[in-house]
Design a protein around this ligand. Structure first.
Ligand code: TYD
Length: 137
């Protein structure tokens, strides 16, 4: 199964514009405990470079576009996120990197837990070791 799991949010479009809806536990598979967003990004810089032990997230590019690399320790997949009514699931124990931000990129992330630095794996070799350990002998 692909690492890339996209969610299409419901939209209501009329002559006034478009309204998109994201409801916790309905449109995303968790209760939303935290929302954060990135903006003022530079196209030649990269962000992310970590995985989470438990955190579940959905990333939505509200404006502009950016690229994602997802890596579960066995496969690496890339995609360009460029639709304000599509969410990309970032599941637990998936290493992720974001890059090639457009100048107008606003990247919003919905998260299942409050911020907890101890949930982060920021070292790629440690990430690979934990994936290997979880898979067993
Ligand atoms: P960082 O993890 O470096 O961002 P990215 O994954 O996009 O590269 O986070 C930048 C700073 O923001 C860092 O000091 C931690 C802080 N932070 C919070 O305080 N709360 C949050 O919810 C998040 C996501 C980050």
């Amino acid at each position: 199964m692909s690492l890339i799991k996209l969610i299409d949010f419901r939209t209501f479009a009329d002559s006034r514009g478009t309204l998109a809806v994201v409801e916790g536990s309905l449109d995303v598979p968790f209760e939303i405990r935290r929302v954060y967003y990135l903006y003022g990004l530079s196209g030649d810089l990269q962000r992310g470079f970590h995985a989470h032990h438990e955190l579940e997230q959905v990333a939505i590019c509200l404006s502009g576009s950016c690229s994602f690399l997802l890596d579960d320790g066995q496969r690496k997949e890339r995609l360009r996120l460029d639709s304000p009514h599509q969410g990309l699931r970032i599941e637990r124990m998936v290493w992720h990197e974001m890059y090639d931000f457009s100048a107008d990129c606003v990247l919003m992330v919905l998260a299942s837990e409050h911020y907890d630095e101890s949930d982060y794996i920021r070292d790629y070799e440690q990430f690979l070791a934990e994936v290997k350990h979880a898979a067993g002998p």
